[in-house]
Design a protein around this ligand. Structure first.
Ligand SMILES: Nc1ncnc2c1ncn2[C@@H]1O[C@H](COP(=O)(O)OP(=O)(O)OP(=O)(O)O)[C@@H](O)[C@H]1O
Length: 371
């Protein structure tokens, strides 16, 4: 399986682009490693499909190169790149049997009959299609048809990567989980590079080894699901990943402290460095790492509860702390009501600081208690 590199890639759908705003993709440099499952995650219009189509060869980028194992394939079409693509709507031949559908990409490449039989049997088994091999595709469910689409890509031993563009969109909710599990199992078993486009963070986080987060035509961060959750490189990632997303509160440096709402956090000698830069600082903490205290203490921020949302065994508590709102995700047994005054205690090791929306690299011991 090939390593894929995108070098200085830019794409505009306009004939004469003038500013950055005219580009659907703005300068992307990215390496897709062998054998890993990737999710391409971002909101609508962020450039995911554009990137996928450039990878597959359906679209030629306005600028830049696509390299497969160092070979320049920028000018080659999808077939010459050995890329298989699975779209939102399954692409199957309705009048053919499932087995004939799976065999089709091999027949058109004149693969010997015995080999075709072997590969169709193998892939049918991998995708749970064996009992359906002799059935006509017509009348099968969308989920079964999407398995066939996937199988038509996987059946070729020389396939460089399988690109999937929101493949679960038309699948019945009850069947989504099963297909996602099959995808993950097949990817692990066959070691094929999988690139999966989605705007659903849950899908991305459960399926991928690496998530490529896109916003407004740019790659904002590439990382494992854990990295994106624990160390978002950019406020957008902190906000987009997580349910609910990360809390962001505007803050400032005063003397040796970081001031957040009415609280001061000792910065352990880092204030000079932060003062030296631009002052657009944001304090970030995930709701999962905020607990509630009845009384003020070092390391807490006072505020007034404005909303309590019940989520089964947990509740999301919304607290007005003056310069903004902070959410805490706490256990159902924590007793809290709208109007209560609470003291929010962010876990010091989980506090992140952002300067001009980008995360500041700080040692874990950066934050002391509040005073
Ligand atoms: N064929 C096209 N012609 C002109 N503009 C296009 C075309 N396809 C996409 N765009 C524009 O390029 C930008 C990126 O679109 P793209 O479809 O790549 O985003 P996306 O993240 O895949 O969004 P979605 O999740 O809605 O499919 C958008 O502003 C979109 O309007």
């Amino acid at each position: 399986m090939a390593e894929i590199r995108l070098c200085k890639l830019r794409h505009s759908y306009l004939a004469n682009p003038e500013s950055d705003d005219d580009y659907a993709l703005k300068s992307v440099d990215l390496t897709w490693e062998e054998g890993l499952a990737y999710a391409l995650l971002g909101p609508s219009g962020s450039g995911k499909t554009t990137m996928l189509n450039i990878l597959s060869g359906l679209l030629t980028a306005s600028e830049g190169k696509v390299l497969f194992d160092g070979r320049d394939v920028t000018a080659l079409d999808a077939r010459e790149r050995n890329i298989a693509q699975v779209f939102q709507f399954p692409v199957v031949y309705e009048t053919m049997t499932v087995g004939e559908n799976l065999a089709f990409p091999l027949k058109t490449r004149n693969v010997p009959v015995a080999k075709i039989r072997e590969r169709v049997g193998f892939i049918g088994e991998e995708l749970g299609l064996t009992p359906l091999l002799n059935r006509k595709a017509r009348g099968l469910s969308a989920e079964q048809k999407q398995r066939i689409s996937l199988g038509r890509g996987l059946v070729r031993e020389d396939v460089s990567a399988i690109l999937l563009d929101e493949p679960l969109t038309v699948i019945d909710p009850a069947e989504k989980m099963a297909l996602r599990r099959t995808l993950k199992a097949v990817q692990l078993h066959l070691g094929v590079k999988l690139i999966y486009v989605t705007h659903d963070q849950h899908e991305a986080m459960t399926l991928a080894d690496r998530v490529v987060v896109m916003d407004n035509g740019e790659v904002v961060q590439v990382g494992s699901p854990e990295e994106l959750f624990n160390n978002p490189a950019h406020e957008f990632v902190g906000y987009f990943i997580g349910t609910p997303g990360m809390n962001f509160i505007s803050c400032e440096v005063d003397g040796d402290d970081l001031v957040v709402g009415q609280s001061r956090f000792a910065l352990n000698g880092l204030s000079e460095r932060l003062k030296a830069g631009n002052k657009d600082l944001t304090f970030g903490i995930r709701p999962e790492f905020v607990s509630l205290r009845d009384a003020g203490a070092a390391g807490t921020i006072p505020g007034s509860v404005t909303k309590v949302e019940n989520h089964g065994d947990e509740q999301i508590v919304s607290v007005d702390i003056g310069p903004g709102r902070m959410l805490a995700r706490v256990h159902q047994q924590v007793r809290v009501q709208v109007g209560n005054t609470v003291h929010l205690a962010p876990e010091p090791g989980a506090i992140r600081l952002f300067e001009n929306r980008k995360r500041v690299d700080l040692p874990k011991s950066a934050f002391g208690g509040a005073s």
